[in-house]
Design a protein. Structure first.
Length: 123
């Protein structure tokens, strides 16, 4: 039924301007703004809608995953831009904040609204 639909995902933030600066300046994404909404253009060509929400509560799950070829380099670059990496019980990360457990290597961080993002590398 929706196989040909150009579906897209979205998530909320509490401050569109802070989000725009983070997604363009820190992450280097192509971002457009229209009617107070942001559209993030991902490297895959997909578009993600970011919208303001009063009394925003951050997502408690990962809303965007960024596959990279070299997670150590990505974590170092993000850290140099002031990004701090999250640590979760039962998923012990190394000194850089990278979890090197049973799946892909992954490091979680948040956007200015507290939504969880990640960089990950297939092993």
């Amino acid at each position: 039924m929706f196989g040909e639909s150009k579906a897209f995902s979205g998530f909320a933030v509490d401050d569109i301007e802070k989000a725009r600066r983070f997604y363009t300046g820190t992450l280097g994404l192509e971002v457009s703004e229209e009617h107070g909404l942001l559209r993030l253009r991902l490297g895959s060509g997909a578009v993600v809608l970011v919208y303001p929400k009063p009394h925003h509560t951050p997502a408690s799950f990962t809303v965007l995953n960024f596959p990279v070829d070299d997670i150590d380099a990505a974590v170092e670059e993000l850290g140099g831009k002031g990004v701090r990496f999250e640590r979760y019980p039962g998923m012990e990360a190394d000194e850089k904040g990278i979890f090197r457990g049973g799946g892909p290597y992954i490091a979680w961080f948040t956007d200015p609204a507290g939504n969880v993002l990640s960089v990950l590398q297939d092993r």
